[in-house]
Design a protein around this ligand. Structure first.
Ligand SMILES: Cc1cc2nc3c(=O)[nH]c(=O)nc-3n(C[C@H](O)[C@H](O)[C@H](O)COP(=O)(O)OP(=O)(O)OC[C@H]3O[C@@H](n4cnc5c(N)ncnc54)[C@H](O)[C@@H]3O)c2cc1C
Length: 418
């Protein structure tokens, strides 16, 4: 059977693997860590409702992962008048769910296996080479190695990806497969502040009952004026790398806390400042390193075609964060879906496909490409003028379904091709 090898087992890689499997290929995921799901356990919110509907209608790997995340929902709240606009899922159960999903689909996952090089025959990739020398052959490959990480880059670009789930010091650095195959990455860097998780037990009983008793997932806690006015730029450990922190939230002066099921806060401060907030005097972070620094959110994207094929290469596709400057899960998974589906198409001798520009995801990944403006932190949102101008911004499910039907995309990734 034709073999698709997906390198990287985050949500992008898992979506690619599921899509290639649905199309009828034998699929293997190679993952350097001892778990799938990549950054997902450190996140928690399913956003961008409009594209989520497109993903479900496509019926590929993204649809399955979205179903899983929704089944793990602990808070569902409206956004733009859509009742389930924001779904907060249980981050402690996402890895288990994704592992069972991919393994249940008959996809082999090779854990603790880091790809460090590739073997090429002209523009064709023939094998991925693992640390230790093992050679993994395939007919087509998907680079879903993400954009974050590599200790050197985290050091160079920020204070280290200190909230990182990728554990580079344990499992070794992330490696760009496309770059190894001879196509230099696009370097796009921006760092951002992780939203730290705090153990509920370390908070006062008043704060805790407010968080636990809240409806819709969010609770609000006053931030002392002194903290609001303070410039934290030089308040971190590394005086040679100043970090500017932001205090943000829907309600000015209030700390926004989401219960997921730890307290996830939209404020990132050194611990000593955290503890000046009433009820947070003993605040303790779930991950020892988190919050004391920043996430190096973006490193490098692969140069790719609209089919997700890496430019100039015959059988290497890029999916997930590797394929562009997105952030939110749905876009990450949908690019994974297309990469996996096209990898399968290629080995099965079918023409490659693209997302039509008449769909939100098509317009987002083909036309806007980078998809990031100061007002667009997560992906296609209803209030984004660029989608309004195109007539793509709607919360009317029938309209979304209609345009997917017109584009021939209903269940397009659910069907077996071989
Ligand atoms: C702090 C934080 C909060 C976020 N919150 C949200 C949120 O609430 N909602 C939302 O929609 N999005 C959120 N995001 C974004 C979202 O989590 C990511 O976009 C998404 O998880 C990226 O998935 P990915 O599969 O492309 O990459 P990754 O998750 O980075 O996965 C890449 C995988 O490749 C593996 N890998 C890398 N190199 C190799 C190699 N050489 N060999 C083998 N394996 C390799 C890595 O170990 C990893 O498992 C957040 C991100 C962060 C960092």
């Amino acid at each position: 059977m034709e073999r698709v090898v997906v390198i990287g087992g985050g949500v992008g890689g898992c979506a690619a693997a599921l899509a290639a499997r649905k199309a009828g290929c034998q699929v293997e995921i190679i993952e350097r860590m001892d778990s799938v799901s990549g950054l997902a356990p450190w996140t928690g919110q399913l956003l961008t409702w409009m594209v989520r509907q497109e993903a479900k209608l496509l019926g590929g790997g993204a649809a399955d992962i979205i179903d899983l995340m929704e089944s793990l929902a602990i808070h569902i709240m409206p956004e733009f008048d859509v009742p389930d606009g924001r779904v907060t899922f249980d981050v402690t159960r996402i890895e288990e769910g994704m592992r069972k999903l991919v393994e249940g689909a008959g996809i082999k996952v090779r854990y603790h296996s880091r790809v460090v090089d590739v073997e090429m025959e002209g523009p064709k990739m023939v094998a991925a080479l693992l640390e230790g020398g093992t050679k993994i052959k395939g007919d087509a490959f998907v680079d879903a190695t993400g954009r974050t990480g590599g200790v050197e880059w985290c050091e160079k670009l920020g204070q280290g990806c200190v909230q990182c789930m990728l554990k580079c010091t344990v499992f070794g650095d992330r490696v760009s497969i496309a770059a190894k195959a001879g196509v230099p990455d696009l370097e796009e860097n921006w760092n951002y502040f992780p939203m730290p998780y705090i153990t509920l037990e370390s908070l006062s009983s008043e704060v805790r009952s407010k968080i636990e008793g809240t409806e819709g997932g969010y609770s609000y806690h006053p931030i002392p004026g002194e903290l609001l006015e303070r410039d934290f730029t030089n308040d971190w450990h590394r005086s040679d790398r100043p970090v500017t922190t932001r205090i943000k939230g829907k309600i000015p002066g209030m700390l926004e806390v989401i219960h997921v099921p730890f307290a996830k806060c939209t404020l990132n401060l050194p611990l000593r400042w955290w503890r000046q907030i009433t009820g947070f005097e003993n605040a303790w972070l779930v991950q020892p390193l988190s919050a004391e620094g920043e996430t190096v959110g973006t490193g490098f994207c692969a140069q790719r075609e609209e089919t997700m094929q890496v430019k100039g290469l015959a059988n290497l596709f890029a999916g997930g964060l590797r394929s562009g400057r997105y952030s939110a899960f749905v876009e990450v998974m949908l690019t994974g879906d297309l990469a996996g589906h096209n990898a399968a198409r290629q080995v099965l001798g079918r023409d490659l496909v693209t997302y039509p520009n008449s769909t939100l995801i098509g317009y987002f990944v083909n036309v806007l490409k980078s998809g990031r403006t100061p007002t667009d932190w997560g992906g296609p949102m209803l209030d984004d003028p660029r989608f309004k101008e195109q007539g793509l911004a709607t919360t009317d499910y029938r309209k979304i379904r209609y345009r997917m039907e017109n584009a021939g995309m209903i269940n397009a990734f659910a069907k077996r091709l071989s």
